[in-house]
Design a protein around this ligand. Structure first.
Ligand code: HEC
Length: 142
């Protein structure tokens, strides 16, 4: 099971705990740090730049996506908080099913502030498939 501790400079991030909601939501600098860490440690299973449409592990960009459609601000925040809690719990403790490890735990390899930076990155990562589809005419002339 491949597990690489991310080697990124986190000195720009404040020291944080594990409690949701994500204290770094909307923080572009944190998302950039999260992106670098993601491509070192998570991309091997969840896809480069979090483009998880063809990756062996789930596409993390969809976690909490439905919350954005909630008009009521308080309800939206609660929805995002739930999604954050799910994300952090999965990352801290990993994923096991029937005694089989699907993802190892990351606690100890990731400080909470870096885990939140990862969360900030995946929720703002572009939603495409990363595949440039050929236009019908271009395909026909190949
Ligand atoms: C060795 C492959 C592997 C690596 C590396 C990996 N994951 Fe996972 N991850 C998985 C698999 C497989 C699942 C699905 C497990 C399941 O559903 O039982 C998963 C599930 C998750 C989930 C829950 C998603 C869901 O919809 O159920 C989150 C969040 C997550 N990973 C975050 C991360 C982050 C952040 C990193 C990098 C620090 C990472 N993963 C690195 C394999 C990996």
């Amino acid at each position: 099971m491949e597990q690489i501790k991310p080697q990124v400079d986190t000195s720009a991030l404040p020291a944080l705990g594990w409690h949701e909601p994500n204290p770094l939501r909307g923080n572009a600098e944190a998302a950039a740090i999260g992106k670098a860490a993601f491509n070192q440690s998570c991309a091997v299973c969840h896809g480069q730049d979090a483009i998880g449409t063809r990756s062996p592990a789930p596409d993390l960009r969809r976690i909490g996506m439905g919350c954005r459609r909630i008009q009521d601000a308080a309800l939206r925040q609660r929805c995002q908080g739930d999604a954050d809690a799910f994300f952090i719990k999965s990352v801290r403790y990993g994923k096991q099913k029937f005694g089989i490890v699907h993802m190892p735990p990351w606690e100890g390899l990731l400080a909470p502030e870096l885990a939140w930076a990862l969360r900030s990155f995946v929720e703002t990562a572009p939603k495409g498939t990363g595949i440039q589809s050929l236009s019908p005419t271009a395909a026909a002339t190949q």
